[in-house]
Write a protein that binds this ligand. Sequence first.
Ligand SMILES: O=C(O)CCC(=O)C(=O)O
Length: 261
Amino acid sequence: MLKYTQEGFVAPLDIISKDEAQLLREDLENAELELADEPEKLALLKAYPERLLPSFDQLIRNENLITAASAVLGPNLMVWSAGLFIKEKNSSKIVSWHQDLTYWGLDDDAETTCWIAISRAHADSGCMKFVPGSHKNKIVPHKDTYSEDNLLSRGQEISVKVNENDAVTAALDAGQASMHHGLLFHSSGPNTSNDRRIGSAIRYIKPSMKQESGDKPIVSLVSGKDDFGNFKIADAPKGWLSEEDFELCRQDKALKKRILL
Ligand SMILES: O=C(O)CCC(=O)C(=O)O
């Protein structure tokens, strides 16, 4: 993991086959269809696929992902979030330059994101771009742009100069992942292709991390053990889109709304 230490990311990592990624996509798209008339539940599905679909619960526990995340964080791993970043075909949606750990209210940087492509994510479909070595910065100033085309909730953006020429494009085929440090400068452009770009951003943390507010959001314990009790460990989903799991997600969303910066 020398490259990760020096540059703050690695890509691409082969995680699952294209066929397995296609099965996940079908499961997700069936769920989207099922919830087409229920926007509140659809939003929860996008924020919490691993809580609502057993197939995504299996994904966050995938051996290849655990091996990659363990190489930087050690054997004990929790998943703090696995939200979906979806750019519809021919969409102008982007993600502005940002550092993930700016907003999450976590007390340390023992976190890594494995972003797994459920469909192809190349430059034309708006894959991520990383500035190598930028994770060696502390958190730099960000501003809220509230730009409509931004997939981030408030259009958060780094307000110091980011040199685009230094950026590296992380193209991924379906089933591949990138892994990036929580302080790395990263962004992504529009999807000019004729297919949806779907990715799950799986945030692995060490159990020693905690929310600065002292609150305990729900997490999945996916490897090893928790000796700290800083988070509420949730069970695997009760079923496919179960009401009980929706309720758990609702409660967690309300908590995070209060504690995220
Ligand atoms: O999906 C994207 O384009 C951006 C995702 C991202 O910023 C992240 O996973 O931290």
